[in-house]
Design a protein around this ligand. Sequence first.
Ligand code: 4AD
Ligand code: MG
Length: 463
Amino acid sequence: MKRTKIVDAVKGGELIGQDVCVKGWVRTRRGNKHVQFVALNDGSTIKNLQIVFDLNRFSEEELKAITTGSSLCVYGKMVESMGRGQVCEVQADKFEIYGIADPAEYPLQKKGHTLEFLREIAHLRPRTNTFGAILRVRSVLAYAIHKFFNEKGFFYLNTPLITASDCEGAGAMFQVTTLPLENLPCTEEGKVDYSKDFFGKTTALTVSGQLEGELGATALGAIYTFGPTFRAENSNTPRHLAEFWMIEPEMAFYDITDNMDLAEEFIKYCISFALENARDDIEFLQEMYDKELISRLEFVIHNDFVRLPYTEGVKILMESGHKFEFPVYWGCDLSSEHERFLVEEHFKRPVILTDYPKEIKAFYMKQNEDGKTVRAMDVLFPKIGEIIGGSEREADYNKLLTRIEELGIPMKDMWWYLDTRKFGTVPHSGFGLGFERLVLFVTGMANIRDVIPFPRFPGNCEF
Ligand code: 4AD
Ligand code: MG
């Protein structure tokens, strides 16, 4: 008999009165001398399917090994449930235990573990209701992202993970080498001889696919990347990971306003899609962790984002009278307390901050006529701070070259990038959305380490 997934089984419907086969892991077993109830979950939904074992049919001895965490295959009849909390249940005729889970050893035997404890058993935490819900929401969001860009005619471009350039300057990089670290080959000047390394030069894991994304956009018109990026900063915060996923659309013929419009539409689309397609999981997370979750998500979908130049934002912060841990002044790089003040206290809605001082932004951003600011745009969100960073790009060859030289970026790294401005340059724009920050927002979780299946952060790389 074909297996029915629990996500379908719990609906009952046409299955009522039919014989079914279901498989999954036991969440709980309870009952009395006459009947035992098993809550079975196969990961396809937050909901459990109730299996009823009649003790006229099965002995207590037979059921003993059905403990929390064990895995089962059950054959039985689907019937309407008399009990509360479920539409239907399966009356077991026959079952097989695939694998036991010794209660004395199984770490998830009891419910109600803290998120901190679950982080220590990251290999098993996907089996909890919380992480099941988070991982399903994450998957639904990933699908929404591909769907959004495909419907808009964007092409999915795969940019390299191993890179020979650190032009972006977005963060410290993880070096990639096959040189023997205990016995490095040296040049005559006593420096490491990277010509002997795997690629014949120094290489590292990418911090962003943007620069290569621009090569795609100036050929295909509009592309997006969606892949892992790596930053070796020692930032132990609830919003930073050393390995995180980023979505980077890049569009020819878009100015900064087109870019902001796209970013706002994109993020609203993803949140709506998750609310529609991962509703049960989001409701569960709301119930357990964040009572305002759904109203916050709906608020973001239904309200325009504020659009404001950095200079105005700094003025609001300086005049607020609020005491910040880090001082605010024109030219400062805003920290998340500043960003969140603007969003949560002042405007009470998402804010897109534009036209930042050029000193605190990357070299490739389009320079404004004032000579001081660049056409950057950061999207700031409640509880998160910066969720998107982007800009219109400098399309003028000479201006870009001058900036590269001012910053002392080595030309050997940049010639290919400059070629986009040398041959058929066009106005263009793009941005990067931190995927885990979006998942954080949509799940209402507080720590970014809880929204990626296998988090990497300083001092932690399990598996
Ligand atoms: O602002 P960032 O550094 O921008 C870029 O990398 C550009 N190349 C993007 C572009 O224009 N194509 O990073 C973009 C986003 C941030 O807004 C944030 O959401 C996320 O990536 N992010 C991180 N997420 C988790 N852990 C980290 N260490 C992150 N650093 C950035
Ligand atoms: Mg940024």
